[in-house]
Design a protein around this ligand. Structure first.
Ligand code: ZN
Length: 178
């Protein structure tokens, strides 16, 4: 007699969870590979996969897809002196901005406010992100198209203020500064 679990097995295999080691490796690649040379389609696919693997127990299939895309890429250059000016960055769906402070360049992270299911975000607040300025790379700098895509998704401009016209994705004045 066939047990009902047998029929369910293919689905379970497809949904099997990644090992902690694979997750650690994928995270390291996410952190240090330079994605600048990826095509737009690969970048979009990677963004989706990175989002899917940002959970506590990601699926093995998603994690190995991330590794497959990122492994052949060169390591990213650190945002060393002169490269990382005051600018806006997007890393794994989070917006950062860099500022010059008394102790050198530092970064803030834009934390979205609100956004209960079915409701748009109400805006964002900047929070100091310890150590982030060193990790931001030139390849992570936001361009206008990326800022607009992020804003259309969140209904928040990369400046942290809510968008009255979410379809624009970014305030015109903010787009000019990117
Ligand atoms: Zn704005």
């Amino acid at each position: 007699m066939d047990r009902p679990t047998r029929a369910a097995r293919p689905a379970r295999d497809r949904d099997s969870l990644a090992s902690p080691r694979a997750v650690g490796y994928a995270r390291a690649l996410i952190h240090n590979r330079d994605r600048a040379r990826l095509s737009r389609a690969d970048r979009d696919r990677l963004d989706e996969l990175v989002a899917a693997t940002s959970v506590a127990r990601p699926r093995a299939a998603d994690v190995s897809a991330v590794i497959d895309i990122l492994k052949p890429l060169p390591a990213r250059l650190p945002a060393g002196a002169g490269e990382c000016e005051e600018a806006v960055y997007l890393v794994d769906g989070v917006v950062y901005r860099t500022r010059h402070g008394r102790r050198g360049l530092y970064a803030d992270r834009l934390v979205l406010i609100g956004g209960r299911p079915g409701a748009p975000y109400e805006g964002g607040r900047w929070e100091y992100a310890a150590g982030a300025a060193r990790r931001l790379a030139a390849a992570d700098r936001l361009d206008v198209a990326e800022a607009a895509a992020w804003g259309r998704r969140t209904h928040v401009c990369v400046c942290g203020r809510a968008l009255l016209a979410p379809g624009d994705g970014v305030h015109p004045a903010c787009a000019r500064r990117l």
